[in-house]
Design a protein around this ligand. Structure first.
Ligand SMILES: [Zn+2]
Length: 374
């Protein structure tokens, strides 16, 4: 199957401080006609990336982010459209979906394409302090101009515009020098640590393969070498053959609570056809995703009758490593385990990386299917 290009219009503008902004949707070209009238005030990104030799992980150290905007009053939201006397990050008076470079990025700038993407190994005491520039890119994705809305409030047609934006940006960022992995995600809710409540997500283009992805690729690689099979395919097939943890099953996508869920309520949404990244999806797959994802978000909000604080994470194959084994999927989880209870990452999880969940994955799946009677 050859993926068709999404036919969502896009237009680009350059903000006063030189950052790029992209409008997506039918009004994109019109919106791009409004210039940024603010004085240029660029925040200098000062990130470095250090290697933790004991964990085998890169850590981004971004000290300029300490001063970023923190829970501004609603009438100072920088993600609203601009209005006379109130200039925001988005110059147009209306927009559908807007994506722009984060003013306070964790990583920024063009990287080095000569690296081969593999992590360093210390060969002696002289290499223990490895550091590199914090290159890459961080973008903000505003899902809607409606300040008080949420992703779950979007129509499938609006969600399709977000999907087009994720896909377009993922492809563009993957093509940048030195980028090894592109990650689209949403943090929702103050309980998660969101500093701006306007419905928005983020995209990180990392100059390394993230620890989660590296671990999944190692497990899939080992499974493949031992069985000749694909681990992601077999995990999805196992869930479908005994659907006790399946929450949603469509023609193109299936959503289930994983067998060893880490979080109180957690769903992994996979396309039935294994693809490495968002670009590889067909139009039919994209369209069904939008309907199923909105359904899933609304199920999370219904669990306790209050908006669920959640993290929604797109797992895409790295730009270079492991593309033939990896399966694109979305992982959605809430930290809410009861109407007035949150799951915190305390001693076992934060100190040792050993998770304890208080809710059986099968019970979580039943609740998300709407079967709970209590
Ligand atoms: Zn807002």
């Amino acid at each position: 199957m050859v993926p068709e290009s999404p036919v969502v219009p896009k237009a680009t503008v350059i903000l006063a401080d030189g950052r790029e902004l992209f409008y997506f949707g039918q009004s994109a070209q019109w919106a791009a006609g409004f210039p940024d009238l603010r004085p240029p005030d660029r925040v200098e990104a000062l990130s470095v990336i250090r290697y933790d030799q004991l964990r085998g992980e890169w850590v981004i150290i971004a000290r300029h982010r300490q001063d970023r905007t923190y829970l501004p009053p609603a009438d100072h939201c920088p993600f609203d459209p601009s209005a006379p006397g109130r200039l925001t990050e988005i110059p147009a008076p209306h927009y559908e979906v807007a994506v722009f470079e984060n003013r306070f990025p964790s990583v920024a700038g063009i990287g080095d394409d000569s690296a081969d993407g593999t992590d360093p190994r210390p060969t002696g005491p002289a290499d223990l302090h490895l550091t590199r520039p914090g290159t890459g890119r961080c973008e903000v994705v505003c899902f809607s101009e409606d300040h008080s809305g949420s992703f779950a409030d979007l129509t499938p047609a609006q969600a399709a515009v977000v999907m087009a934006a994720w896909t377009d940006r993922s492809a563009a960022l993957a093509a940048r020098a030195g980028v090894e992995q592109v990650y689209c995600f949403e943090n929702r809710g103050r309980e998660i640590g969101v500093t701006l409540t306007h419905p928005h997500g983020q995209i990180y283009a990392y100059p390394f393969v993230t620890p989660r992805t590296a671990r999944m690729l190692a497990m899939a690689g080992q499974y493949h070498s031992e069985t000749g099979r694909n681990l992601f395919d077999d995990v999805v097939e196992a869930e479908l053959s005994d659907p006790v943890r399946v929450v949603l099953a469509g023609e193109h996508w299936v959503g289930f609570v994983p067998y060893a869920a880490h979080w109180p309520y957690e769903v992994h949404l996979y396309p039935r056809r294994r693809v490495p990244d968002l670009q590889a999806l067909t139009t039919a797959e994209r369209d069904e995703f939008c309907v199923m994802y909105l359904d899933l978000l609304r199920r999370f909000d219904r669990l306790f009758g209050i908006p669920a604080p959640y993290i929604s994470a797109w797992h895409q194959a790295p730009v270079r490593a492991g593309r033939e084994q990896f399966a694109l999927h979305l992982e959605l989880f809430t930290i809410r385990r009861g109407p007035d209870k949150l799951k915190y990452l305390a001693g076992s999880e934060s100190g040792m990386g050993a998770f304890t969940s208080d809710i059986a994955p099968e019970a979580a799946a039943a609740a998300l299917r709407g079967e709970r009677t209590t």
